[in-house]
Design a protein around this ligand. Structure first.
Ligand code: CDP
Ligand code: MG
Length: 793
């Protein structure tokens, strides 16, 4: 479940067209509609269900009941006493000038949209306005969601600091950690955390206000939250428990929220804050480098440093690997850099001031990306050492959610890395593609925060002209089965009627529904229902008890099913280790890091050899050699745990320390989650497997290969299951495990050809009939369900 576990680095300004179907009454199937017969039951069932569940998340302690004023525990309003310098800085923020207008709109409307350029003060000031207007003194708290963990944590620190209040009052909650207490008044959290809370209490009774921040990013959970809150807010107000919704966006493009009558029958007011933005001169390249754009980025950055007046430099690359090429290695050499060509245009417009560059000062280079350790991330907010020039090499986390002080120059590669997912084949790939005009403009804007700035674009204006205006909403380009399961758990059966700001395609919903049915998470549609009928009935298989259990596990549905099976087969700790490792991904140090120089290349090769050797050690241990990568993962997790999960152990064994820590936390969380839900073994046994229907797990017609990183790469077994197929230079199966040939007719009769042998197929070819050489794990798990017993690992 990527969205809930990882920050996605492809933010950007994302808007796509309105979904049609506005004639439908979106409320029809919402669990909240009270007036319709039967629906209330659903809701009560949902509430009863969530009450009987134990705390399954390792959330910080939270009051079970909405905070009620009692004589012993009066709700106190702690007055805000800001430091003078803080107050002075605040007064310069554009949103401060609009405080009265904003607060009046909030008082008079249940939902308000606030648009303002990055850096105008939305995230840090809006919670403070609300706090001072008393929205946290009536028993409810102010909640604010962020699409990224980095932002949730750092913004809570910042606001606490500005308000001079302790972290018990201005707190945060992200997936694994938080500092929320019963005194919390302002709570920053990731959008996934709020979605889980809605599952426990649909009315969100703890909150008096919910702010959805960075709505322009159109992350999946943000979109779903807006859909849900569009129903929750009126319901709360009807019940006399007033609640406000504030949607904040860094772009003015908010029509998907305001002009979507399915979402908001009467459009919410939009308040625009004029950003105090200094002019940014945009410089296009005459030509567009296609291959080594990172190389060119570094040259350009060098040249800016050597030739242009003081001011921080912010470089946008697409991913962690590229950023690292620039980290210590390449950019550190910049002091010695000699510019020797005329191919790099740089308008030396002896501009506004007499300041000149001082090429002798060192460049202070910092990386910034989501997976970076928090202490390192925090470094970009501090002033660089005196006598140096700050240069931050970032992915697009620096595009909107974080404001880096002192940036005067932006260097933009114009590209973005996004996960692409093919709904039909299930193949996913990370592709670097051109970004949108909106996000390129956001990037440029980062240069004009404190004074006029410059943006150097590594592409021509003609190429820019071909960029799409906006990026698409994430929901339209990823699988939706996790989302569908969460929504079914909220008793939203007819998901097609849900008021999505941008709806996923019916095709994606169908595929998700079928996968969930085959996993046993949703009730099988009546035998007679054919695919077309299901479509016509608007996809509404209700959730099963197994599905409810799976929805409470914070992993993708296929993994959730593995957990349920692990419990049933009494090998839960092993399955949890494997699922945690697969969810966290990339537990091994990156071997594919591109080298910046020849010298580095040989260093990397040496290191790579050592890491490969370590992988072989992991892979060669016990049954991994025969069984494959799941065993490698299990071995690594077990050994690391045995050694106490120290940085030293990880370093020596080629494991990523941060990943191992996350696995450890996830294991704890998953163990609690599974034990809380299935305390009795056999709780799922009544769920019967359906005989195979036509629309099976899709099979690939292309030739696929075992990834070289696999333990099975050298000695491929005859039959395998895989975690996923990634398309890079070839179609590669990742996390591959061997399957005994005898299992197949027993487990997957529908895929077997009984009769005279077929012509020998190409290795790893997956024909849609006949001999199957590889199967997606979903198929395997699905059928493994039928096994009377699986031998213990
Ligand atoms: O949300 P928005 O982009 O509108 O602005 P913000 O995040 O509230 O930031 C407002 C101002 O606070 C910016 O100008 C930042 O420079 C400053 N800020 C800071 O100095 N340190 C932080 N950790 C966060 C914000
Ligand atoms: Mg913000």
């Amino acid at each position: 479940n990527k969205a809930m576990t990882d920050e996605v680095e492809d933010g950007g300004t994302v808007i796509s067209s309105l979904s049609g179907d506005s004639g439908d009454n979106g409320e029809e199937d919402m669990a909240t509609t009270e007036s319709q017969d039967g629906k209330q039951e659903h809701k009560e069932e949902a509430v009863a269900h969530s009450n009987e569940q134990k705390e399954v998340e390792t959330c910080a302690p939270e009051p079970k009941e909405p905070p009620v004023k009692t004589p012993s525990q009066p709700t106190v309003f702690i007055p805000v006493d800001r430091l003078p310098e803080i107050q002075e800085a605040r007064l310069k923020l554009p949103v401060l000038a609009e405080e009265q207008v904003i607060m009046e709109a909030v008082r008079e409307n249940p939902c308000v949209v606030l648009c303002g350029q990055t850096g105008s003060g939305k995230t840090t000031q809006m919670p403070q306005f609300l706090y001072e207007a008393g929205y946290a003194s009536g028993g409810g708290i102010i909640g604010i969601t962020e699409p990224r963990r980095v932002a949730a944590v750092s913004m809570s620190h910042r606001v606490a600091m500005e308000m001079n209040l302790p972290p018990q009052v201005v707190s945060y909650q992200i997936r694994y950690e938080g500092n929320v207490t019963s005194d919390t008044k302002i709570k920053f959290m990731t959008d996934g955390v709020l979605l889980k809370e809605i599952q426990k209490d649909f009315l969100l009774q703890h909150y008096s206000v919910v702010i959805i921040d960075e709505a322009h990013e159109r992350s999946v959970y943000t979109d779903i939250l807006i859909g849900l809150l569009s129903r929750i807010v009126p319901l709360r107000n009807k019940k006399g428990l007033p609640m406000k919704l504030i949607i904040m966006s860094a772009t003015l493009r908010v029509e998907d929220f305001t002009e979507n009558t399915k979402l908001f029958p009467s459009p919410p007011p939009v308040i625009k804050v004029d950003a105090r933005q200094f002019p940014v001169s945009v410089h296009f390249n005459k030509r567009t480098p296609l291959d080594d754009y990172t190389g060119e980025i570094f040259h350009k950055t060098c040249k800016i440093h050597r030739m242009l007046p003081p001011g921080g430099i912010l470089v946008f690359l697409t991913g962690q690997a590229e950023v690292h090429t620039g980290d210590e290695d390449r950019l550190a050499e910049m002091g010695d850099y000699e510019y020797n060509g005329s191919d790099l245009e740089l308008d030396d417009d002896g501009e506004d001031n007499d300041e000149k560059a001082d090429p002798s000062i060192p460049l202070y280079v910092l990386p910034l990306y989501s997976l970076l350790a928090p202490e390192q991330q925090a470094m970009v907010f501090r002033p660089p050492p005196p006598g140096t020039r700050l240069c931050v090499v970032a992915t697009n986390v620096a595009e909107t959610s974080l404001t880096i002080p002192g940036v005067k120059y932006v260097v933009d590669c114009g590209r973005v890395k996004k996960r692409h997912y093919d709904r039909v084949t299930g193949v996913s790939s990370f592709l670097v593609s051109w970004t949108s005009q909106a996000s390129a403009n956001q990037r440029a804007g980062r240069a004009g925060r404190t004074e006029p700035g410059h943006c150097y674009r590594l592409y021509s204006s003609a190429v820019f002209g071909d960029f799409s205006e906006f990026s698409e909403a994430e929901i339209t380009r990823r699988p939706v089965e996790d989302l569908l399961l969460q929504m079914k758990d909220l008793n939203i059966d007819k998901v097609v009627n849900f008021p999505f700001p941008t709806a996923p395609s019916a095709e994606a919903l169908m595929a998700a529904e079928q996968l969930l049915v085959s996993l046993g998470a949703l009730k099988e549609p009546p035998r007679t229902a054919r695919v077309q009928d299901m479509k016509r009935a608007k996809i509404c298989c209700p959730i099963t008890p197994l599905g409810r259990a799976m929805a409470s596990f914070p992993v993708a549905p296929r993994y959730a099913k593995m957990l349920a099976l692990g419990k049933q087969q009494d090998c839960l700790p092993y399955v949890i280790a494997v699922v945690a490792a697969m969810t966290v991904r990339e537990i091994f140090e990156d071997l594919e890091r591109p080298a910046a120089s020849e010298e580095e290349s040989s260093k990397l090769a040496e290191n790579k050899a050592r890491l490969m050797q370590m992988r072989r050690v992991w892979a060669g241990q016990g049954p991994s050699l025969q069984l494959g990568d799941l065993m490698v993962l299990m071995g690594a997790v077990g050994a690391c745990e045995y050694a106490g999960c120290t940085p030293n152990f990880c370093e020596q064994n080629g494991l990523r320390y941060k990943a191992m820590l996350e696995i450890r936390r996830l294991r704890g969380q998953l163990t609690n989650a599974v034990n809380a839900v299935c305390s009795e073994v056999g709780v799922f046994v009544d769920s019967k497997m359906a005989p195979p229907t036509e629309n099976q797990t899709p099979l690939l017609d292309d030739t696929v290969f075992i990834h070289p990183s696999s333990a099975l790469f050298k000695k491929p077994p005859e039959f395998v299951v895989y975690q996923e197929v990634m398309e890079t230079t070839k179609m590669y199966m990742r996390v591959v495990s061997a399957v005994e040939s005898e299992w197949i007719p027993q487990l997957l009769p529908q895929y077997c050809h009984f009769g005279p042998p077929l012509e020998t197929p190409t290795p790893w070819l997956c024909p849609s009939t006949g001999t199957i050489k590889c199967l997606s794990t979903s198929t395997f798990y699905r059928v493994a369900w039928q096994l009377p017993a699986v031998e213990r690992a």
